[in-house]
Design a protein around this ligand. Structure first.
Ligand SMILES: [Zn+2]
Length: 149
């Protein structure tokens, strides 16, 4: 029996740039060109000052887990080969705490994960049309420094 296709996001006018950069292996965030407020998810108008003027910035791709759920029984059969599946909320570095991605950890990374764990983005959903950011645990400071070199 084949595994059903995984649900994928549909890029719209506001998020197309984000998804395009993910497909090139880069994580970008959007902020307001007027007041510098981070906009997540990407949107046409600033929630703080209502200006348009979106500006995109490349992010280091590291962050901190601020929420974690481990699904031992995966609800969507498309993800059954990854059970147990770790769903995470990751506060992305360099965004003043404003950009929190809902994502998943790479397979088996849940075993070392907890709220407060440091993570780095993985952008290599090989073979998929849309590359979703997923994360893996940074195990020590040395590994984190190497990530930023
Ligand atoms: Zn603004």
């Amino acid at each position: 029996m084949s595994t059903p296709a995984r649900p994928r996001p549909t890029a719209d006018a506001d998020s197309a740039y984000f998804w395009a950069k993910c497909s090139y292996g880069e994580l970008y965030g959007q902020r307001c060109g007027n007041c510098q407020t981070w906009r997540w998810p990407p949107r046409r108008y600033c929630p703080a000052c209502h200006a348009a003027q979106p500006v995109w910035e490349k992010l280091p791709g590291t962050g901190t887990i601020v929420g974690l759920v481990i699904q031992h029984r995966v609800m969507d059969p498309a993800f059954s080969d990854e059970a147990p599946l770790a769903i995470v909320h990751v506060q992305i570095d360099g965004t003043d705490g404003e950009m929190v991605l809902v994502s998943r950890l790479q397979r088996w990374e849940w075993m070392n994960a907890s709220v407060g764990s440091r993570v780095t983005v993985v952008l290599d959903d090989s073979g998929d049309e849309v590359v979703l950011p997923t994360f893996k645990i940074l195990h020590n400071k040395e590994e984190e420094v190497r990530r930023h070199d």
